[in-house]
Design a protein. Structure first.
Length: 382
């Protein structure tokens, strides 16, 4: 191909480097590139590209899913498990939080303490023994002799001291400000009516108790309260949204007496078991008070509240309603029996003598004395 000078237009040779006419430099020829044949694409590259799976991420997500399922199952299992029962310290706080409970446990109500002046007959040895202890404790002043034609052998008159007026509250003589729970033992909680319930027993002493209750004379005068400390008691608890609470068959502080609490508790047990409260259990008659004939009869509360309980050979009458219950004898104490219903303990009976007994339900005791003839069991109409 011919070449020309770009400055003057004269022809130049194919290998000339300068123009012969004007001497201008000539551009070097650009070599022509040979056409490259198309490169064949390998067959393997024509196939679809493989999917790049991040197995590490897949494993991580799978592990998270399994962990979520395990956590959910663990939470469900946790709520299905029985809750832990209170410790001795926790139970002490629970008991001391209720003023009625503390008053029943730490105050005496077996005498007319509310009367500022009392006269005791000369032959009332037991009362004189108690008042002698209280006189030495400073609750009552020294007795004054009384001559009365109606008192055979004369009598003695006792009056409160300033300390006595302070210690006597609501007609009761209080000797401590609370309880100290020493040991506690609970059975495994059970779920009844969608609420956890637990029963157990505990040993306790009195918190900040007056020194006079530790004297031998006081322990002889009031052995049920002051002798053989620590004392033991049975308790029933129910768990609600606020935690464990005392289970007295009715809400705490409702004012119901012991027979009503026993009745309500028996009703709750029957409702959960599906048996009617007044269903007769003829197969268990031989185990119902047959070995405790001294309990058969009507008993009234010593505190004058009007509460009464009647025991028959078939069960008990609480508030006019018959309640079939069974009795279990304490093999370690022949004077102690337990009222049970559907395998749940309702209360503890301690026979003091043929005419006096005390019943403990949950916490505290109530003393009863024998009265009148047996009454007829009131059955509900079908």
């Amino acid at each position: 191909m011919a070449r020309f000078c770009v400055k003057c237009g004269s022809g130049v040779g194919s290998d000339a480097r300068f123009c012969d006419e004007c001497g201008a430099p000539v551009r070097a020829r650009t070599p022509a590139h040979a056409a490259q044949p198309p490169t064949a694409i390998p067959r393997t590259q024509l196939a679809a590209a493989p999917i790049d799976i991040n197995w590490r991420r897949v494993g991580l997500l799978g592990g998270v899913g399994v962990a979520v399922l395990l956590v959910a199952g663990g939470v469900a299992a946790f709520f299905a498990m029985p809750p832990s029962t209170p410790s001795a310290a926790d139970l002490g706080e629970l008991l001391n939080a209720d003023k009625t409970t503390v008053a029943n446990a730490t105050c005496l109500s077996d005498f007319a303490y509310e009367k500022n002046t009392v006269v005791v007959g000369g032959f009332d040895i037991n009362t004189k023994q108690l008042l002698q202890v209280l006189t030495e404790a400073g609750i009552y002043g020294p007795p004054k002799p009384v001559t009365n034609g109606f008192l055979f052998g004369g009598g003695q008159q006792y009056s409160h001291t300033a300390l006595g007026e302070k210690k006597i509250r609501d007609g009761k003589l209080c000797f401590a400000d609370g309880l100290t729970v020493v040991t506690v033992q609970f059975a495994k909680p059970v779920r009844i009516d969608e609420r956890w319930r637990a029963q157990g027993s505990y040993n306790y002493t009195y918190r900040h108790a007056d020194a006079w209750i530790q004297t031998p004379e006081a322990q002889r005068a009031e052995p049920e309260r002051f002798a053989d400390l620590p004392k033991s008691a049975h308790i029933a608890l129910v768990k609600n949204e606020y935690g464990w609470q005392l289970d007295n068959g009715t809400p705490i502080g409702s004012g119901f007496g012991l027979p009503n609490a026993l009745q309500n508790r028996a009703d709750n047990i029957d409702a959960s078991s599906g048996d009617g409260l007044f269903q007769r259990i003829t197969s268990a008659v031989s185990a119902m008070f047959g070995s405790r004939p001294r309990l058969v009869g009507k008993w009234r509360d010593d505190q004058g509240s009007g509460d009464s309980i009647e025991f028959t050979r078939d069960g008990a009458i609480l508030g006019g309603n018959g309640a079939p219950v069974t009795v279990e004898t304490d093999h370690a104490d022949s004077k102690r029996t337990y009222l049970t219903r559907a395998g749940v303990r309702l209360g503890t009976i301690e026979l003091i003598d043929n005419d006096h007994l005390q019943i403990s339900f949950g916490f505290g005791t109530a003393r009863f004395h024998r009265v009148g003839e047996r009454t007829r069991i009131v059955r509900p109409r079908p």
